[in-house]
Ligand binder design. Structure first.
Ligand code: NAD
Ligand code: MG
Length: 390
């Protein structure tokens, strides 16, 4: 039996992972599930999967979790440190599906036990890619991509020589506002930004899709995962969301990954890797689809893409600054303190401030420095938001 742990089990990726594991109960020994405020969901899944341990990230929810799991024999714990401890419990495969930079420390703890980490938490790669990769290498651990585009690239690269890769093209649906006139974007509401045309995901990543901050993060993620140069990475708007990525080789060939927009494909590929096994995802009828369309992204509509280029050029801790400012401005947008287009303006302001005070950006990439940078960038984002409001 494979021992598996799901960090962020109650979220969108976590639930898709639970779905796959639940279909083959005899194949898996579930070590730990972690979640947040949704105690009922966490407890129900911990019982259904027979987990050894259930952890809520919130200290004040411990008693609720204890009550929900009374009599089950399942151990309970709460708090940030308890989530990290859950990641340290020996397991053969750990899903990293916490949202935001909160996923970094548990991801590192998982890698330190030399496990296979299925990485959905792209924020940790953006904040501290070098640290994650180096930790994996030092402990003989492996990181497998779960983001659909990166899973697609990974699959297109199977059996290929990285030296033969000319470019990597990741596609973007264009999000909720792809067909809106640019003038309307400034007034876009949270509700409007929270509905995705093709994918059913958590609210934060859905809004990040509308602003293309998600794609900007994924460009950086591509660079970290596959070690290619920034200029080898392209973004292509593809409204149908059926081609997830393409890899261009030195003989002119483009290998595309095509599939239904269902995250269980990428999760399942990482779960069964290096094998490919049957998965319960919809099969595509391309004759019914008819046409696949592509267009270049408009950097006026999507300033986040331009900011990602600047982050890659700077390197070091710029990714941590970018992510933290983005998370904070997203909080601001959700809370109604910032307009939709102001998110990018705040992130740019914070990045500029860091670039002019370069020592933060060039400091060594340790967990402490990343956390400190994350903290300062959030403070600066708050200041930038307050300035705009004032
Ligand atoms: P979600 O909001 O649906 O779920 C997030 C999970 O993290 C929940 O279990 C929540 O309880 C937990 N969590 C939140 N804050 C936490 C904290 N401070 N400490 C510990 N746990 C915390 O998010 P999601 O859409 O499932 O996304 C998870 C990750 O996967 C993100 O990094 C996202 O970018 C990435 N991702 C998601 C999708 C998708 O289809 N949803 C696709 C690609 C990548
Ligand atoms: Mg993606």
């Amino acid at each position: 039996m494979r021992r598996v742990t799901i960090l962020g089990a109650t979220g969108s990726i976590g639930q898709n992972t639970v779905d796959l594991i639940r279909r083959e109960p005899a194949a898996y020994d579930v070590v730990a599930l972690t979640g947040g405020a949704n105690i009922a969901r966490l407890a129900e899944d911990a019982r259904a999967l027979g987990a050894d341990l259930a952890v809520t990230a919130y200290d004040d929810r411990l008693e609720d979790l204890r009550a929900a799991l009374a009599g089950s024999g399942i151990a309970v714990a709460a708090g940030t440190q308890a989530v990290i401890e859950a990641a340290r419990r020996p397991a053969d495969w750990i899903m990293s599906a916490i949202v935001g930079s909160a996923g970094l420390a548990p991801g590192l703890a998982a890698l330190e036990q030399g496990t296979t980490l299925a990485l959905a938490n792209k924020e940790s790669l953006v904040c501290a890619g070098a640290l994650l990769l180096e930790t994996a290498q030092r402990h003989g651990a492996r990181i497998l991509p779960v983001d659909s585009e990166h899973s697609a690239v990974f699959q297109a690269l199977a059996g290929e020589d990285l030296a033969a890769v000319e470019r990597i093209v990741i596609t973007a649906s264009g999000g909720a506002f792809r067909d809106w006139p640019v003038e309307r974007l400034a007034g876009a509401t949270v509700a409007e930004a929270s509905s995705h045309p093709n994918w059913d995901m958590g609210q934060r990543i859905t809004i990040d899709s509308a602003s293309m901050f998600n794609k900007a993060m994924e460009v950086i993620e591509t660079r970290e995962f596959f070690g290619v140069k920034p200029e080898q990475i392209e973004v292509l708007v593809h409204p149908e969301s059926l081609v997830h990525a393409l890899v261009g080789f030195n003989d002119g060939a483009l290998m595309a990954h095509v599939g239904a927009p269902d995250m269980r494909h990428a999760i399942g590929y990482a779960l069964h890797w290096p094998e490919r096994r049957a998965l319960p995802v919809p099969r595509l009828d391309l004759a019914a689809v008819g046409a696949l369309t592509f267009r270049a992204p408009d950097e006026v509509r999507y300033p986040a893409l331009r900011l990602a280029r600047a982050v890659m050029e700077t390197g070091g801790l710029a990714g941590a600054v970018f992510n933290a400012a983005k998370e904070r401005s997203l909080d601001g947008f959700i809370a109604g303190r910032l307009g939709f287009l102001e998110m990018a303006a705040v992130v740019e302001r914070v990045l500029d401030r860091f670039l002019t005070q370069g020592h933060h950006v060039t400091a060594a990439m340790t967990l402490d420095n990343v956390s400190e940078t994350d903290h300062v960038a959030r403070m600066w984002a708050d200041e930038a938001m307050a300035e705009r409001a004032g």
